[in-house]
Design a protein around this ligand. Structure first.
Ligand code: ATP
Length: 465
Protein backbone atom coordinates (compact mmCIF):
# COMPACT_ATOMS: atom_id res chain seq x y z
CA UNK A 1 0.00 0.00 0.00
CA UNK A 2 1.68 3.19 -1.14
CA UNK A 3 2.08 5.88 1.47
CA UNK A 4 0.86 9.29 0.44
CA UNK A 5 3.49 11.86 -0.23
CA UNK A 6 4.05 14.46 2.42
CA UNK A 7 2.72 17.94 1.97
CA UNK A 8 5.32 20.60 1.28
CA UNK A 9 5.53 24.06 2.80
CA UNK A 10 3.89 25.49 -0.35
CA UNK A 11 0.94 23.20 0.12
CA UNK A 12 0.61 24.32 3.72
CA UNK A 13 0.54 27.90 2.49
CA UNK A 14 -2.15 26.87 0.06
CA UNK A 15 -4.17 25.54 2.94
CA UNK A 16 -3.80 28.85 4.75
CA UNK A 17 -3.82 31.39 1.89
CA UNK A 18 -2.26 34.87 2.03
CA UNK A 19 -5.57 36.68 2.40
CA UNK A 20 -6.36 34.74 5.52
CA UNK A 21 -6.09 37.70 7.91
CA UNK A 22 -6.39 35.67 11.09
CA UNK A 23 -3.26 33.69 10.45
CA UNK A 24 0.36 34.53 10.90
CA UNK A 25 1.97 32.95 7.87
CA UNK A 26 5.49 32.83 9.24
CA UNK A 27 5.51 29.07 9.04
CA UNK A 28 8.75 27.63 10.32
CA UNK A 29 9.58 24.09 9.50
CA UNK A 30 12.67 22.04 9.57
CA UNK A 31 10.92 18.87 8.62
CA UNK A 32 8.17 19.68 6.19
CA UNK A 33 9.67 17.50 3.51
CA UNK A 34 8.82 14.13 4.96
CA UNK A 35 6.14 12.96 7.25
CA UNK A 36 7.10 10.27 9.69
CA UNK A 37 3.72 8.65 9.18
CA UNK A 38 2.54 6.72 6.20
CA UNK A 39 -1.03 7.73 5.54
CA UNK A 40 -3.49 5.15 4.46
CA UNK A 41 -4.79 4.49 1.01
CA UNK A 42 -7.85 2.87 2.62
CA UNK A 43 -9.93 5.95 3.05
CA UNK A 44 -13.41 6.07 4.48
CA UNK A 45 -16.30 6.30 2.11
CA UNK A 46 -19.28 8.41 2.83
CA UNK A 47 -22.55 8.78 1.01
CA UNK A 48 -24.69 10.52 3.60
CA UNK A 49 -26.53 13.75 2.77
CA UNK A 50 -26.89 15.93 5.85
CA UNK A 51 -27.75 19.62 6.18
CA UNK A 52 -25.63 22.77 6.27
CA UNK A 53 -25.08 25.01 9.25
CA UNK A 54 -22.67 27.80 10.18
CA UNK A 55 -19.88 27.59 12.73
CA UNK A 56 -18.42 29.64 15.52
CA UNK A 57 -15.04 29.51 17.23
CA UNK A 58 -14.85 28.23 20.74
CA UNK A 59 -12.49 27.22 23.47
CA UNK A 60 -13.59 23.92 24.91
CA UNK A 61 -14.11 23.68 28.65
CA UNK A 62 -11.74 21.24 30.33
CA UNK A 63 -13.47 18.10 31.40
CA UNK A 64 -12.77 16.66 34.85
CA UNK A 65 -10.18 14.04 33.94
CA UNK A 66 -8.03 16.40 31.92
CA UNK A 67 -8.38 19.62 33.86
CA UNK A 68 -4.87 19.43 35.33
CA UNK A 69 -3.20 18.81 31.97
CA UNK A 70 -0.55 21.54 31.32
CA UNK A 71 -1.89 21.92 27.78
CA UNK A 72 -5.07 23.39 29.16
CA UNK A 73 -3.32 26.15 31.10
CA UNK A 74 -1.15 26.92 28.07
CA UNK A 75 -4.16 27.16 25.76
CA UNK A 76 -5.96 29.39 28.24
CA UNK A 77 -2.92 31.58 28.76
CA UNK A 78 -2.55 31.99 24.97
CA UNK A 79 -6.22 32.83 24.60
CA UNK A 80 -6.00 35.43 27.37
CA UNK A 81 -3.38 37.30 25.34
CA UNK A 82 -6.01 37.90 22.71
CA UNK A 83 -8.20 41.04 22.98
CA UNK A 84 -11.37 38.93 22.75
CA UNK A 85 -10.03 36.16 24.96
CA UNK A 86 -10.28 33.58 22.18
CA UNK A 87 -7.57 31.38 20.78
CA UNK A 88 -6.78 32.19 17.17
CA UNK A 89 -4.82 30.51 14.45
CA UNK A 90 -2.06 33.11 14.74
CA UNK A 91 -1.36 31.80 18.25
CA UNK A 92 -0.21 28.55 16.69
CA UNK A 93 3.07 27.76 15.02
CA UNK A 94 2.75 24.94 12.49
CA UNK A 95 5.77 22.67 12.68
CA UNK A 96 5.15 19.75 10.41
CA UNK A 97 2.58 18.05 8.22
CA UNK A 98 1.43 14.82 9.86
CA UNK A 99 -1.00 13.26 7.46
CA UNK A 100 -4.28 13.59 5.66
CA UNK A 101 -7.44 11.65 5.01
CA UNK A 102 -10.49 12.24 2.87
CA UNK A 103 -11.63 15.15 4.93
CA UNK A 104 -8.74 16.76 6.72
CA UNK A 105 -5.08 17.62 6.78
CA UNK A 106 -3.35 17.35 10.10
CA UNK A 107 -0.35 19.37 11.32
CA UNK A 108 1.91 19.26 14.32
CA UNK A 109 1.84 22.65 16.02
CA UNK A 110 2.78 24.50 19.19
CA UNK A 111 1.56 27.58 20.92
CA UNK A 112 3.66 30.63 20.13
CA UNK A 113 5.49 32.20 23.04
CA UNK A 114 5.73 29.01 25.11
CA UNK A 115 8.73 26.81 25.82
CA UNK A 116 9.78 25.45 22.43
CA UNK A 117 11.37 22.35 23.93
CA UNK A 118 8.47 21.20 26.05
CA UNK A 119 6.92 18.16 24.29
CA UNK A 120 3.90 18.59 26.57
CA UNK A 121 2.93 21.65 24.63
CA UNK A 122 2.67 20.01 21.23
CA UNK A 123 -0.72 19.67 19.61
CA UNK A 124 -2.20 18.32 16.44
CA UNK A 125 -4.25 20.73 14.34
CA UNK A 126 -6.83 19.01 12.17
CA UNK A 127 -7.86 21.32 9.34
CA UNK A 128 -10.93 20.70 7.21
CA UNK A 129 -11.37 22.81 4.09
CA UNK A 130 -15.11 23.05 3.68
CA UNK A 131 -14.71 24.27 0.10
CA UNK A 132 -12.56 21.41 -1.08
CA UNK A 133 -13.85 19.96 -4.31
CA UNK A 134 -13.65 16.27 -3.42
CA UNK A 135 -17.09 16.11 -1.82
CA UNK A 136 -20.22 18.21 -1.35
CA UNK A 137 -20.00 21.05 1.16
CA UNK A 138 -23.04 19.62 2.93
CA UNK A 139 -21.20 16.36 3.47
CA UNK A 140 -18.12 18.07 4.83
CA UNK A 141 -20.15 20.28 7.12
CA UNK A 142 -22.05 17.33 8.46
CA UNK A 143 -18.84 15.42 9.10
CA UNK A 144 -17.29 18.38 10.87
CA UNK A 145 -20.39 18.68 13.01
CA UNK A 146 -20.30 14.99 13.86
CA UNK A 147 -16.62 15.21 14.77
CA UNK A 148 -17.10 18.38 16.82
CA UNK A 149 -20.02 16.91 18.70
CA UNK A 150 -18.16 13.74 19.53
CA UNK A 151 -14.86 15.41 20.44
CA UNK A 152 -16.51 17.98 22.67
CA UNK A 153 -18.23 15.30 24.73
CA UNK A 154 -15.41 12.79 25.14
CA UNK A 155 -13.31 12.38 28.23
CA UNK A 156 -11.29 9.18 28.12
CA UNK A 157 -7.56 8.42 28.29
CA UNK A 158 -7.68 6.66 24.92
CA UNK A 159 -9.56 9.40 23.12
CA UNK A 160 -8.39 12.83 21.96
CA UNK A 161 -9.00 15.91 24.03
CA UNK A 162 -10.39 18.81 22.05
CA UNK A 163 -8.62 21.94 23.33
CA UNK A 164 -10.12 24.43 20.93
CA UNK A 165 -12.26 24.68 17.87
CA UNK A 166 -11.08 27.38 15.48
CA UNK A 167 -13.21 28.32 12.53
CA UNK A 168 -12.11 30.92 10.06
CA UNK A 169 -13.10 31.51 6.48
CA UNK A 170 -13.92 28.09 5.04
CA UNK A 171 -11.63 26.19 7.39
CA UNK A 172 -12.78 24.28 10.42
CA UNK A 173 -9.86 23.44 12.71
CA UNK A 174 -9.64 21.22 15.76
CA UNK A 175 -6.80 21.52 18.23
CA UNK A 176 -6.32 18.06 19.73
CA UNK A 177 -3.68 15.86 21.35
CA UNK A 178 -0.66 15.04 19.23
CA UNK A 179 0.32 11.37 18.90
CA UNK A 180 4.03 11.03 18.05
CA UNK A 181 3.83 7.24 17.69
CA UNK A 182 2.03 7.33 14.33
CA UNK A 183 -0.85 5.01 13.57
CA UNK A 184 -1.23 1.25 13.95
CA UNK A 185 -1.52 0.74 10.20
CA UNK A 186 1.91 2.27 9.65
CA UNK A 187 3.24 0.12 12.47
CA UNK A 188 1.78 -3.01 10.89
CA UNK A 189 3.43 -2.15 7.59
CA UNK A 190 6.80 -2.05 9.32
CA UNK A 191 6.31 -5.36 11.15
CA UNK A 192 7.39 -8.73 9.73
CA UNK A 193 4.40 -10.18 7.86
CA UNK A 194 2.53 -6.91 8.54
CA UNK A 195 1.23 -8.41 11.76
CA UNK A 196 1.79 -8.04 15.46
CA UNK A 197 2.96 -10.65 17.94
CA UNK A 198 -0.08 -12.04 19.69
CA UNK A 199 0.43 -10.36 23.09
CA UNK A 200 0.82 -6.98 21.36
CA UNK A 201 -2.30 -7.61 19.26
CA UNK A 202 -4.17 -8.51 22.44
CA UNK A 203 -2.97 -5.35 24.16
CA UNK A 204 -4.04 -2.98 21.37
CA UNK A 205 -7.31 -4.85 20.86
CA UNK A 206 -8.04 -4.57 24.59
CA UNK A 207 -7.44 -0.82 24.63
CA UNK A 208 -9.59 -0.31 21.54
CA UNK A 209 -12.32 -2.43 23.10
CA UNK A 210 -12.36 -0.13 26.12
CA UNK A 211 -12.73 2.87 23.84
CA UNK A 212 -15.62 1.31 21.93
CA UNK A 213 -17.27 0.41 25.22
CA UNK A 214 -17.00 4.02 26.36
CA UNK A 215 -18.27 5.44 23.04
CA UNK A 216 -21.22 3.06 22.99
CA UNK A 217 -22.07 3.91 26.60
CA UNK A 218 -22.36 7.54 25.48
CA UNK A 219 -24.52 6.50 22.53
CA UNK A 220 -21.88 6.97 19.80
CA UNK A 221 -21.57 4.38 17.06
CA UNK A 222 -18.06 4.96 15.71
CA UNK A 223 -18.28 3.30 12.25
CA UNK A 224 -14.67 3.88 11.22
CA UNK A 225 -12.56 1.40 13.16
CA UNK A 226 -9.36 0.48 11.29
CA UNK A 227 -5.68 0.51 12.26
CA UNK A 228 -5.21 3.85 10.46
CA UNK A 229 -7.46 5.50 13.04
CA UNK A 230 -5.70 4.04 16.04
CA UNK A 231 -2.89 6.43 16.87
CA UNK A 232 -0.14 5.85 19.41
CA UNK A 233 0.51 8.42 22.08
CA UNK A 234 3.96 9.27 23.41
CA UNK A 235 3.45 6.77 26.25
CA UNK A 236 2.60 4.01 23.75
CA UNK A 237 -1.09 3.79 24.64
CA UNK A 238 -3.70 4.19 21.95
CA UNK A 239 -5.76 7.17 20.92
CA UNK A 240 -8.70 6.50 18.65
CA UNK A 241 -9.10 9.37 16.20
CA UNK A 242 -11.40 10.49 13.42
CA UNK A 243 -15.03 10.85 14.45
CA UNK A 244 -16.42 12.43 11.31
CA UNK A 245 -18.68 9.51 10.37
CA UNK A 246 -19.82 8.49 13.83
CA UNK A 247 -23.47 8.89 14.73
CA UNK A 248 -25.28 9.35 17.96
CA UNK A 249 -28.23 7.52 19.40
CA UNK A 250 -30.02 7.09 22.69
CA UNK A 251 -28.69 4.51 25.04
CA UNK A 252 -30.54 2.88 27.91
CA UNK A 253 -28.08 1.39 30.42
CA UNK A 254 -29.29 -1.86 31.91
CA UNK A 255 -28.24 -4.51 34.38
CA UNK A 256 -28.06 -7.89 32.70
CA UNK A 257 -28.29 -11.11 34.64
CA UNK A 258 -25.35 -13.41 34.05
CA UNK A 259 -25.71 -17.18 33.98
CA UNK A 260 -24.51 -18.62 37.25
CA UNK A 261 -21.16 -20.32 36.93
CA UNK A 262 -19.54 -23.04 38.96
CA UNK A 263 -16.10 -22.45 40.30
CA UNK A 264 -13.60 -24.01 37.94
CA UNK A 265 -10.80 -24.39 40.48
CA UNK A 266 -10.69 -27.29 42.85
CA UNK A 267 -10.40 -27.00 46.61
CA UNK A 268 -12.06 -28.04 49.80
CA UNK A 269 -14.27 -24.98 50.03
CA UNK A 270 -15.29 -25.38 46.45
CA UNK A 271 -16.25 -29.02 47.00
CA UNK A 272 -18.20 -28.06 50.07
CA UNK A 273 -20.14 -25.36 48.32
CA UNK A 274 -20.95 -27.68 45.44
CA UNK A 275 -22.11 -30.33 47.88
CA UNK A 276 -24.29 -27.71 49.51
CA UNK A 277 -25.73 -26.76 46.11
CA UNK A 278 -24.12 -23.32 46.15
CA UNK A 279 -22.66 -21.81 43.02
CA UNK A 280 -20.30 -18.95 42.65
CA UNK A 281 -20.56 -16.17 40.09
CA UNK A 282 -21.29 -12.57 39.40
CA UNK A 283 -25.01 -12.19 38.96
CA UNK A 284 -25.47 -8.82 37.39
CA UNK A 285 -23.56 -6.99 34.74
CA UNK A 286 -23.82 -3.35 33.68
CA UNK A 287 -24.47 -2.95 29.95
CA UNK A 288 -24.80 0.37 28.12
CA UNK A 289 -25.16 -0.45 24.47
CA UNK A 290 -26.99 1.76 21.93
CA UNK A 291 -29.17 -1.10 20.74
CA UNK A 292 -31.75 1.19 19.15
CA UNK A 293 -29.18 3.03 17.02
CA UNK A 294 -30.18 2.97 13.37
CA UNK A 295 -28.78 4.51 10.21
CA UNK A 296 -29.01 3.87 6.49
CA UNK A 297 -25.92 5.88 5.56
CA UNK A 298 -23.33 3.98 3.57
CA UNK A 299 -20.20 4.96 5.46
CA UNK A 300 -16.99 3.28 6.52
CA UNK A 301 -13.96 1.70 4.92
CA UNK A 302 -14.63 -1.09 2.42
CA UNK A 303 -12.63 -3.85 4.07
CA UNK A 304 -14.19 -3.00 7.43
CA UNK A 305 -17.82 -2.67 6.35
CA UNK A 306 -20.31 -4.88 8.14
CA UNK A 307 -22.66 -6.93 5.90
CA UNK A 308 -25.64 -4.78 6.94
CA UNK A 309 -23.85 -1.69 5.61
CA UNK A 310 -22.68 -3.45 2.47
CA UNK A 311 -26.23 -4.65 1.72
CA UNK A 312 -27.78 -1.29 2.60
CA UNK A 313 -30.50 -2.69 4.86
CA UNK A 314 -29.68 -0.26 7.63
CA UNK A 315 -27.37 -0.71 10.56
CA UNK A 316 -26.80 0.03 14.22
CA UNK A 317 -24.29 -0.52 17.00
CA UNK A 318 -23.32 -3.96 15.63
CA UNK A 319 -21.19 -2.47 12.86
CA UNK A 320 -18.55 -1.53 15.43
CA UNK A 321 -18.38 -5.10 16.75
CA UNK A 322 -18.04 -6.48 13.22
CA UNK A 323 -15.27 -3.95 12.53
CA UNK A 324 -13.64 -4.95 15.81
CA UNK A 325 -13.52 -8.53 14.52
CA UNK A 326 -11.87 -7.38 11.28
CA UNK A 327 -9.46 -5.25 13.32
CA UNK A 328 -8.35 -8.14 15.56
CA UNK A 329 -7.99 -10.33 12.46
CA UNK A 330 -5.78 -7.76 10.72
CA UNK A 331 -3.57 -7.22 13.77
CA UNK A 332 -2.97 -10.96 14.06
CA UNK A 333 -2.84 -12.10 10.44
CA UNK A 334 -1.55 -9.01 8.67
CA UNK A 335 -4.49 -8.63 6.31
CA UNK A 336 -8.24 -8.21 6.47
CA UNK A 337 -10.45 -11.31 6.08
CA UNK A 338 -12.65 -10.32 3.13
CA UNK A 339 -10.35 -8.25 0.95
CA UNK A 340 -10.89 -8.99 -2.73
CA UNK A 341 -9.26 -7.88 -5.95
CA UNK A 342 -11.58 -4.90 -6.23
CA UNK A 343 -13.92 -2.98 -3.95
CA UNK A 344 -16.88 -4.86 -5.46
CA UNK A 345 -15.20 -8.19 -4.80
CA UNK A 346 -14.52 -7.14 -1.22
CA UNK A 347 -18.17 -6.26 -0.71
CA UNK A 348 -19.23 -9.58 -2.23
CA UNK A 349 -16.89 -11.46 0.10
CA UNK A 350 -18.28 -9.58 3.08
CA UNK A 351 -21.80 -10.60 2.11
CA UNK A 352 -21.28 -14.22 1.08
CA UNK A 353 -17.59 -15.13 1.38
CA UNK A 354 -16.32 -17.74 3.77
CA UNK A 355 -14.30 -16.59 6.77
CA UNK A 356 -10.91 -18.23 6.40
CA UNK A 357 -7.88 -18.12 8.64
CA UNK A 358 -4.41 -18.35 7.14
CA UNK A 359 -2.73 -21.59 8.10
CA UNK A 360 0.91 -22.46 8.06
CA UNK A 361 1.97 -19.76 10.45
CA UNK A 362 3.74 -21.92 13.00
CA UNK A 363 3.90 -19.16 15.52
CA UNK A 364 0.13 -18.79 15.62
CA UNK A 365 -1.16 -22.25 14.87
CA UNK A 366 0.67 -23.82 17.83
CA UNK A 367 -0.67 -21.52 20.44
CA UNK A 368 -3.81 -21.99 22.47
CA UNK A 369 -4.39 -18.26 22.36
CA UNK A 370 -4.46 -18.45 18.58
CA UNK A 371 -7.44 -20.77 18.90
CA UNK A 372 -9.01 -18.28 21.27
CA UNK A 373 -8.38 -15.49 18.78
CA UNK A 374 -10.06 -17.48 16.01
CA UNK A 375 -13.05 -18.16 18.21
CA UNK A 376 -13.38 -14.51 19.15
CA UNK A 377 -13.06 -13.34 15.55
CA UNK A 378 -15.64 -15.88 14.36
CA UNK A 379 -18.13 -14.69 16.96
CA UNK A 380 -17.58 -11.05 16.00
CA UNK A 381 -17.72 -11.74 12.26
CA UNK A 382 -21.19 -13.24 12.54
CA UNK A 383 -23.26 -11.92 9.63
CA UNK A 384 -26.51 -11.77 11.58
CA UNK A 385 -26.18 -8.76 13.93
CA UNK A 386 -28.70 -10.37 16.27
CA UNK A 387 -26.25 -13.23 16.90
CA UNK A 388 -23.05 -11.19 16.71
CA UNK A 389 -21.02 -10.98 19.88
CA UNK A 390 -21.32 -7.58 21.54
CA UNK A 391 -24.51 -6.46 19.81
CA UNK A 392 -26.76 -7.09 22.78
CA UNK A 393 -24.47 -7.35 25.77
CA UNK A 394 -21.85 -4.91 24.55
CA UNK A 395 -18.17 -4.94 25.37
CA UNK A 396 -18.73 -6.71 28.70
CA UNK A 397 -19.39 -9.95 26.84
CA UNK A 398 -16.29 -9.54 24.67
CA UNK A 399 -14.08 -8.72 27.63
CA UNK A 400 -15.02 -12.05 29.17
CA UNK A 401 -13.88 -14.00 26.11
CA UNK A 402 -10.88 -16.23 26.74
CA UNK A 403 -8.77 -14.34 24.19
CA UNK A 404 -8.62 -11.52 26.75
CA UNK A 405 -8.00 -13.78 29.73
CA UNK A 406 -5.55 -12.14 32.11
CA UNK A 407 -6.08 -8.60 30.83
CA UNK A 408 -6.27 -6.24 33.79
CA UNK A 409 -8.99 -3.99 32.47
CA UNK A 410 -9.02 -1.29 35.12
CA UNK A 411 -5.21 -1.06 35.16
CA UNK A 412 -4.43 -1.32 31.48
CA UNK A 413 -3.70 2.39 31.05
CA UNK A 414 -0.90 2.06 33.62
CA UNK A 415 0.68 -1.00 32.05
CA UNK A 416 3.67 -0.41 29.88
CA UNK A 417 2.60 -1.00 26.27
CA UNK A 418 4.43 -3.63 24.26
CA UNK A 419 7.35 -2.42 22.25
CA UNK A 420 7.12 -3.89 18.80
CA UNK A 421 9.75 -4.14 16.11
CA UNK A 422 9.05 -1.33 13.68
CA UNK A 423 7.78 1.13 16.27
CA UNK A 424 9.07 4.66 15.78
CA UNK A 425 12.08 5.38 17.97
CA UNK A 426 10.43 8.41 19.54
CA UNK A 427 7.45 6.49 20.81
CA UNK A 428 9.57 3.63 22.10
CA UNK A 429 11.95 5.86 24.00
CA UNK A 430 9.11 7.88 25.47
CA UNK A 431 7.30 4.74 26.57
CA UNK A 432 10.43 3.21 28.04
CA UNK A 433 11.54 6.42 29.72
CA UNK A 434 8.34 6.69 31.72
CA UNK A 435 9.06 3.57 33.73
CA UNK A 436 11.71 2.85 36.31
CA UNK A 437 14.10 -0.05 35.69
CA UNK A 438 12.43 -2.13 38.38
CA UNK A 439 8.96 -1.54 37.01
CA UNK A 440 10.11 -2.30 33.48
CA UNK A 441 11.45 -5.64 34.66
CA UNK A 442 8.14 -6.47 36.30
CA UNK A 443 6.04 -5.36 33.34
CA UNK A 444 8.33 -7.05 30.85
CA UNK A 445 7.84 -10.28 32.68
CA UNK A 446 4.08 -9.86 32.50
CA UNK A 447 4.15 -9.37 28.77
CA UNK A 448 6.71 -11.96 27.87
CA UNK A 449 5.87 -14.73 30.29
CA UNK A 450 3.42 -16.28 27.88
CA UNK A 451 5.35 -15.47 24.72
CA UNK A 452 7.41 -17.75 22.61
CA UNK A 453 11.17 -17.25 22.61
CA UNK A 454 10.95 -15.42 19.37
CA UNK A 455 8.34 -13.07 20.74
CA UNK A 456 10.26 -12.43 23.89
CA UNK A 457 12.80 -10.68 21.76
CA UNK A 458 10.13 -8.39 20.41
CA UNK A 459 9.12 -7.10 23.78
CA UNK A 460 10.80 -4.79 26.10
CA UNK A 461 13.00 -6.53 28.64
CA UNK A 462 15.76 -5.89 31.11
CA UNK A 463 18.33 -5.36 28.39
CA UNK A 464 16.65 -2.15 27.32
CA UNK A 465 18.05 0.68 29.39
N1 ATP B 1 -3.68 13.67 16.78
C1 ATP B 1 -2.86 13.28 15.81
N2 ATP B 1 -1.54 13.13 16.05
C2 ATP B 1 -0.72 12.72 15.05
N3 ATP B 1 -1.12 12.45 13.79
C3 ATP B 1 -2.41 12.59 13.50
C4 ATP B 1 -3.35 13.01 14.48
N4 ATP B 1 -4.57 13.03 13.93
C5 ATP B 1 -4.41 12.65 12.66
N5 ATP B 1 -3.12 12.39 12.38
C6 ATP B 1 -2.57 11.95 11.10
O1 ATP B 1 -3.34 12.51 10.07
C7 ATP B 1 -3.96 11.50 9.26
C8 ATP B 1 -5.34 11.97 8.83
O2 ATP B 1 -6.12 12.26 9.96
P1 ATP B 1 -7.64 11.82 10.03
O3 ATP B 1 -7.74 10.34 9.83
O4 ATP B 1 -8.22 12.35 11.30
O5 ATP B 1 -8.23 12.59 8.75
P2 ATP B 1 -9.62 12.37 8.02
O6 ATP B 1 -9.62 13.21 6.80
O7 ATP B 1 -10.71 12.65 9.02
O8 ATP B 1 -9.58 10.82 7.66
P3 ATP B 1 -10.70 9.91 6.92
O9 ATP B 1 -10.41 9.92 5.47
O10 ATP B 1 -10.49 8.53 7.52
O11 ATP B 1 -12.03 10.50 7.28
C9 ATP B 1 -3.95 10.26 10.14
O12 ATP B 1 -3.89 9.08 9.37
C10 ATP B 1 -2.67 10.44 10.96
O13 ATP B 1 -1.57 9.97 10.21
Amino acid sequence: MAPRTATTEEEILTIFPQDFSDLDLSFTSSSASTSSFATSARSSLSLSLPSFSSFSSSLIKPLPHHSSDPRWSAVRAAANLSPNGALQLRHLKLLRYLGSGNLARVFLCRLRGFDDDDPNLEFALKVVDLNAASSAVEDRVSHVRAEARALAGLDHPFLPTLYARLDASHYACFLIDYCPGGDLHSLLLRCPGHRLPLPAARFYAAEVLLVLEYLHALGFVYRDLKPENVLLRADGHVMLSDFDICFHSDVAPALHRLPRRRKSTSGMSNCLSLLQGKHEGVDLEFVAEPESAFSRACVGTHEYLAPEIASGVGHGNGVDWWAFGVFVYELIYGRTPFKGGSKEATLRNILVGELKFPNGSAEYSRRASAAAAKDLISRLLERDPGRRMGCVKGAAEIKRHRFFRGVQWPLIRNIMPPVVVGQTAGATVAAVGKFSRERRRLLAWKWSSRSSNQQKRLFINEEIS
